[in-house]
Design a protein around this ligand. Structure first.
Ligand SMILES: Cc1ncc(C[n+]2csc(CCOP(=O)(O)OP(=O)(O)O)c2C)c(N)n1
Ligand code: SF4
Length: 248
């Protein structure tokens, strides 16, 4: 009988530790499928963050390294410079990348480090119990913003992709979402492209993935997908912000 579906070799057999309905799992699978399809599993080196994806080193079936909060781009820089022939990626949440790690991600882009970043934006700090992140939407409730984020007090949510796309060393910047099958397919295409850009040695690439956190949003998994579509996508528009010139 023909095999029509099988598990990607890019993931180990370890069960995910994510809450039911959390889309971190979908994003893991997409990254893993891209690594398998590009035949990179034996050479790629990933860097895991803090946050709910802290155990990414157990889930991806490739060499992985752990980094302290926000420091994954700095750790990845060191790895890439020591092993320039190996593809290197970071997998980071929005608290990790857009809060403590803002400096690291901005400078990795400025230096044009030839690494790939998968940036999971779920508009909240997931693992530590739902505190406000730089990406939390205005009016969105968080444990540290019980009446909803107030822009006058906390500023507006930060659009990392738009900001990073202004930096010369960032050559591939795209925002995708994993709320529908069609968007999941587009997300995979963007992730694959980001790795291909790295393999061509063109510079820094980042894919921002709009993701859900049913647990801290206080919604069911299905309600979370709808909330993402109605609230996140209007503020964080999907699309490609930057591609290498020959790709445009
Ligand atoms: C250096 C450092 N500072 C703070 C923390 C505490 N901490 C662990 S996870 C986390 C929030 C991570 O949120 P996010 O990056 O949005 O990931 P998510 O859990 O939502 O996927 C924080 C603040 C830490 N582990 N290390
Ligand atoms: S707390 Fe949120 S981000 Fe973390 S695993 Fe649960 S649903 Fe996912």
């Amino acid at each position: 009988m023909d095999v029509v579906f099988q598990k990607t070799k890019g993931l180990t057999d370890k069960p995910f530790s994510y809450c039911p309905g959390c889309t971190h799992g979908i994003i893991h699978r997409l990254v893993a499928e891209c690594l398998e399809e590009l035949n990179l599993l034996d050479e790629v080196i990933g860097v895991a963050p803090v946050g709910c994806s802290v155990f990414a080193y157990d889930f991806f079936n490739c060499d992985m390294h752990e980094a302290a909060h926000g420091r994954a781009p700095a750790v990845a820089t060191g790895i890439k410079r020591v092993h320039p022939d190996h593809p290197v990626f970071t997998y980071q949440g929005d608290g990790d990348l857009a809060s403590i790690g803002t400096a690291e991600i901005v400078h990795v882009a400025h230096r044009g480090e030839k690494i790939t970043t998968i940036f999971v934006n779920n508009a909240i700090y997931g693992m530590t119990g739902g505190q406000m992140a730089p990406t939390t939407l205005v009016g969105q409730k968080a444990t540290t913003a019980p009446y909803g984020r107030d822009a006058a007090l906390c500023g507006n949510p930060i659009r990392m992709s738009e900001m990073l796309a202004t930096i010369d060393g960032a050559v591939f910047v795209e925002r995708v979402a994993v709320n529908t099958p069609a968007n999941i397919r587009k997300a995979k295409k963007a992730i694959k492209k980001a790795f291909e850009v790295q393999l061509q040695g063109l510079g820094f690439g980042i894919v921002e993935v709009l993701s859900t956190c049913p647990t801290n949003w206080g919604l069911t998994p299905v309600e979370s997908l709808n909330w993402l579509e109605k609230n996140m996508i209007p503020y964080y528009p999907l699309g490609n912000f930057k591609s290498p010139k020959e790709e445009v």
